[in-house]
Design a protein around this ligand. Structure first.
Ligand code: SF4
Length: 395
């Protein structure tokens, strides 16, 4: 049996099958930062068991058994978009039968229709609409805050912020400042995709450039707006490019400390040009998803949370991921369109009770948070009988 002599029992009683992991085990035990090369070892090692235990070690050091979720509503105010990302099955052209484009009044009516007691977060990201004037956006945020006191509006990816900068002819910093004044509290992490230029050219060539994405988040952090970060994986990117993506985020987080969470998004292989061109019909495998989450947990040592996005990897796998570094499983969502347009087979939303059951069934402690990661309620005791997680087919 391999053992790390300087560490506690955790590692002594389980074999580390891949000797390349031994120095990494030492570093993780010592709380030291991993290098790029060590990150690659994590991506290549066949020793899944040690990888899982390492990620879990860091997760439990940061959060113990606590697992966070938010009671949230997701709303896409338009799917009209001119950008043309090849992985996207959500966007529509103006005039298409499946296009929608809500006025401020319609946004308010939609939220009212979907409202549930205890809702705290409204998560909005949408297409880049070619004609809506800049004034629409702060008006919408203001109207949401006025109509739903206490709701936290988390909205507009960095890609959308760049679009708003173009249509308003204002610098992105000013766009962010005005949206914050209107009541925006945080930014979602979308639009990051993969930072590597080689890949970006093929999957999102008209979208915000990597450096600009990072700059917008830097600016948001400078205004006190906290943000999240995503990475779209499982298409044409290499493992080096995934790690490069995380590396750039780690450096910005060192600089600002403004990210809440990192959210890997598994590519959905349906109804989009990229999947068609690649002849791809398979989803990412469970092991790829779990490995990716574990690598993120170990590499992004300065991020509080790695989020398992159940919409894309299923609520079943999210339960397992709680042992692979994940400490946040996003939210109830209530209704989701973007991933489902591209083939996601998960339910459109999960109830608050089901989120709690899902976490408890995995032996963890559910913590309901708000959009700003304030802890609202810790569920120490089971809230309902039964220990099975909800299955997609049951909804
Ligand atoms: S991913 Fe976003 S920006 Fe790209 S085409 Fe789809 S809606 Fe537009």
């Amino acid at each position: 049996m391999n053992a790390v002599s300087s560490s506690a029992g955790t590692w002594r009683y389980a074999p580390v099958r891949d000797p390349r992991l031994l120095p990494i085990v030492e570093k993780v035990e010592a709380g030291e930062r991993l290098t790029f090369e060590e990150g690659l070892v994590l991506y290549h090692t066949p020793d899944y068991n040690t990888l899982m235990r390492l990620a879990n070690r860091v997760r439990e050091r940061k959060h113990g058994s606590k697992t966070y979720f938010v009671h949230s509503l997701r709303l896409e105010f338009t799917n009209i978009c001119y950008v043309g990302c090849t992985f996207c099955a959500f966007a529509a052209r103006k005039g298409e039968a499946r296009a929608w484009d809500y006025s401020v009044e319609e946004v308010i009516a939609k939220v009212r229709e979907k409202w549930e007691p205890g809702l705290t977060e409204l998560h909005m990201s949408s297409g880049h609409h070619p004609n809506r004037p800049w004034s629409y956006y702060p008006q919408m945020v203001r109207a949401l805050n006025e109509n739903f006191p206490g709701i936290q509006v988390k909205a507009f990816t960095a890609a959308e912020i760049e679009h708003l900068s173009k249509i308003s002819k204002k610098p992105t910093l000013e766009v962010l400042r005005e949206l914050k004044e209107a009541g925006l509290v945080a930014l979602p992490g979308g639009g990051a995709e993969i930072f590597a230029e080689r890949v970006r050219k093929q999957i999102a060539k008209n979208k915000v450039k990597a450096e600009k994405w990072l700059q917008i988040h830097r600016e948001a952090h400078s205004l006190g707006l906290r943000t999240n970060a995503t990475m779209l994986y499982g298409h044409i990117e290499t493992l080096e490019e995934r790690l490069d993506h995380m590396d750039r985020l780690r450096r910005l987080q060192d600089e600002t400390g403004g990210f809440y969470s990192f959210i890997p998004l598994a590519f959905q292989p349906d109804a989009n040009a990229l999947a068609f061109n690649l002849g791809k019909t398979e989803f990412t495998t469970g092991l790829d998803d779990l490995r990716n989450l574990a690598v993120a947990r170990l590499y992004l040592d300065n991020f509080d949370h790695i989020k398992g996005y159940w919409v894309m990897i299923s609520s079943d796998l999210v339960q397992v991921s709680l042992d692979w570094g994940v400490s946040d499983i996003d939210g109830t969502i209530i209704e989701e369109h973007i991933a489902h347009a591209a083939g996601a087979t998960s339910p459109l939303g999960l109830s608050r009770q089901k989120m709690v059951q899902l976490i408890q069934a995995a032996g963890r402690i559910p913590v309901e948070r708000d959009a700003l990661y304030n802890e609202l309620r810790v569920f120490e005791a089971p809230i309902a009988s039964g220990n099975r997680a909800p299955r997609a087919a049951a909804h």
